[in-house]
Design a protein around this ligand. Structure first.
Ligand code: UDP
Length: 383
């Protein structure tokens, strides 16, 4: 195959890569080559039917699409319809099930109270630790919800998830989760949410369906990069440190491992995700994907569950960037290098080394396309 025939090359077929390929093909009318290391498209959003039960599951962990960004919502719905799934999470602390993130049910259940919403603030004042300027995850947590709730629901989970002292994590990670003074138990605040009706993989098949797009799976960019045209416009969504052959050192990542079990019952845990914050339990959560598609008729004699374990990434399966001073320092060095390369766009969760949700990655891809990618032959639209 003649790789020099492509003026636009995209590395990675996750949301960053697939949205960029779709935009270049449909808006610029140009041919695009998409290079994917894995044997499937879709990055960590990939979904498939479980072979034993036929239940659609997300191979890299449960993904809920949620956004309040109208532009992103209008864009993605060109490629999928969404069902009406609303994400609700439960947390198993000391063999009792609580609603999570913390809401009025969690507080009342935990403290054996029957507070009303208008009484919550005064009660929280009595349990909060007064910290003027919270600097990290732990300080942020205890200044908002107090030590007891923090230790029950956050501390063990966070240590299992990140394997660092929560004092060394940024407050922003705690802020990903809402806190509610009422019984609203929806995980997300966003205006829109749901699961793609035909699964996530179908979105990627549609994003990449244009005949101007060629997808090479099972292909490692680093093995073929010498064969590309030197002035190729490159959109790279892999790890930024690998792009530069780790010249300043390696960024560290967390990865996940899933243990699958098929259970001879229609339902096992009663919810799509139950978290396990206690330090004695080795996994962080159990996923039961049958609840993600309430509109589907699944078999009633079996269900499938996945226990999730968090571990350091050895360099082949990065999921979560780790916010540490050293990683931040390395990232800045790589970013400075990247900024000097004309026609190279490094982005996505791995490229930006940022804890993006799906909607944020799509927004980033649309922004890069609109502000950075230029047509080969300028038309009157191009400035
Ligand atoms: N977290 C926690 N207890 C939980 C769930 C989350 O302490 O039961 C903390 C943990 O540090 C986690 C962060 O909140 O990394 C963000 O959680 P989120 O559900 O957004 O994580 P994701 O789904 O992206 O893994």
């Amino acid at each position: 195959m003649d790789l020099t025939a492509y003026s636009y090359v995209v590395v990675g077929s996750g949301l960053m890569g697939s949205v960029m390929a779709e935009r270049i093909a449909s808006q610029l009318g140009e041919r695009v080559l998409v290079i994917e290391k894995r044997d499937h498209i879709g990055g960590n959003c990939y979904s498939a039917e479980d072979e034993t039960t036929g239940i659609e599951y997300h191979r890299y962990g449960t993904h809920i699409f949620h956004t309040s960004d109208e532009k992103v919502w209008n864009y993605i719905r060109k490629f999928t319809a969404f069902n009406h799934y609303q994400h609700r999470v439960l947390s198993n602390h000391k063999d009792k099930i609580y609603q999570f993130p913390i809401n009025l049910e969690t507080i009342n259940h935990f403290y054996a109270l029957t507070l009303k919403p208008y009484e919550v603030e005064a009660f929280m004042e009595t349990i909060r630790t007064d910290i003027k300027n919270p600097q990290n995850f732990e300080e942020q947590a205890i200044s908002q919800i107090g030590k007891d709730l923090y230790e029950a629901f956050f501390k063990g989970y966070t240590i299992k998830q990140w394997q660092v002292d929560p004092k060394s994590l940024p407050a922003a990670i705690f802020n990903r989760l809402p806190f509610r003074k009422n019984y609203v138990d929806n995980y997300f605040f966003d205006r829109w949410q749901g699961i793609p009706q035909d699964g996530y993989t179908a979105i990627f098949q549609r994003l990449l369906a244009d005949h101007k797009i060629t997808v090479l799976t099972n292909t490692d960019y680093f093995e073929i990069r010498d064969q590309l045209k030197p002035d190729t416009c490159l959109i790279y969504s892999g790890p930024i440190d690998q792009f530069f052959d780790y010249k300043y050192g390696k960024l560290s990542w967390r990865t996940l491992r899933f243990e699958k079990e098929v259970i001879d019952k229609e339902e096992y845990q009663g919810n799509s995700v139950i978290n396990y914050p206690d330090p004695e339990v080795p996994f962080t959560r159990i996923h039961e994907p049958r609840y993600l598609h309430p509109e589907r008729e699944y078999r009633k004699d079996k269900t499938v569950i996945f226990k999730e374990y968090s571990l350091p990434d050895k360099g082949d399966n990065p999921y979560y960037p780790i916010a540490s001073t050293e990683n931040h320092r390395l990232l800045n060095l790589y970013k400075e290098e990247a900024a000097r390369l004309p026609n190279v766009f490094i982005s996505g969760r791995l490229g930006d080394y940022k804890y993006y949700d799906m909607h944020q990655t799509i927004a980033r891809a649309l922004e890069i396309f609109e502000t950075g990618i230029r047509p080969l032959i300028p038309t009157h639209h191009a400035v």
